[in-house]
Design a protein around this ligand. Structure first.
Ligand code: NAD
Length: 266
């Protein structure tokens, strides 16, 4: 059976770890050729090697880039189109949550700026250059390839709820991702470019485990998790695959929650 991303080209940021790593492996399994992007060169090389070993029928290219730098983002999209001839799926997933105290009263401006630059500006640049590339996509009806494409932006459940732990810049940045996604989705819907957010719940990835760095902090968060466990990165990757593929062809502008029910509980 053909994979759900057969003949498609994806670019995934934050591909060296967590959600980005699992999505890279899953998208490759589903037949996509992939540009793997991360600021951590060793991590992105590792993902590239894993794909080559496990899925020899697809191609991936490792790119070291910082998504908060416009020229880096422009170049990574261009490298993708140069290598594969098109861009069908853009997964703007790279993000940080600063492990230092980050509340309104004592957070430092440098933490605020760093968080906004990566989590918000990085998604803006990613959307901008993906939209420009997707408009140019050649069509090939025999392979189900069209102009347009699917953009997925990683937000978070905290953008929907407000966290009781001090992470103000992070929460604000993810709220910006949601509203930016909705507006871009409306503006570009008639070009066949679908743009959705994915809102993960708390996951067992380095990003959250570095933040919840004591058993007490983990236990406190666990009280609020309806399923009584942290999520796995692969569980979010499966949601991203749905948004990336034509299975979600009538979805745009949505906040797609993969949060174990957290945002529905009181
Ligand atoms: P992770 O730390 O495991 O992976 C993030 C990856 O992004 C790392 O490989 C890192 O090197 C890369 N990265 C960081 N800054 C970058 C930059 N400027 N340019 C390019 N790459 C950069 O984290 P994760 O949990 O997989 O998080 C992925 C996304 O999911 C983030 O946007 C995060 O905010 C979001 N998220 C995570 C959780 C969670 O509980 N882990 C919950 C909700 C949302």
């Amino acid at each position: 059976m053909p994979g759900r991303l057969q003949h498609k080209v994806a670019l995934i940021t934050g591909a060296g770890s967590g959600i980005g790593l699992e999505s890279s492996l899953l998208f490759a399994q589903e037949g996509a050729n992939i540009a793997l992007v991360d600021v951590n060169a060793q991590a992105v090389e590792r993902t590239h090697k894993l794909i080559a070993e496990r899925y020899p029928n697809v191609k991936s290219i490792p790119i070291t880039a910082d998504v908060s730098k416009e020229q880096n983002v422009k170049d990574m999209v261009q490298k993708t189109v140069d290598a594969f001839g098109r861009l069908d799926v853009m997964f703007n997933n790279a993000g940080i949550m600063h492990p230092e105290d980050d509340n309104a009263l004592n957070t430092e401006e440098r933490i605020w700026d760093l968080t906004m630059n990566i989590n918000v500006k990085g998604v803006w640049w990613g959307c901008k250059y993906a939209i420009l590339a997707m408009r140019q996509n050649p069509t090939d009806e025999s392979k189900g390839l069209h102009t347009g494409g699917s953009i997925i932006n990683t937000a978070s459940f905290v953008a929907l709820m407000g966290a009781a732990t001090p992470q103000l810049a992070y929460t604000a940045s993810k709220g910006a991702v949601l509203s930016m996604t909705r507006e871009l989705a409306m503006v570009h819907a008639r070009e066949g470019i679908r743009i959705n957010s994915i809102c993960p719940g708390p996951l067992k990835t380095p990003l959250l485990m570095d933040f919840l760095n004591t058993q007490e902090k983990k236990d406190r968060r666990m009280v609020h998790l309806p399923m009584g466990r942290f999520g796995e990165a692969i569980e979010v990757a499966r949601g991203a695959l749905f948004l990336a593929s034509d299975d979600s062809s009538y979805m745009t502008g949505t906040d797609f929650k993969v949060d174990g029910g957290l945002s529905s509980c009181y």
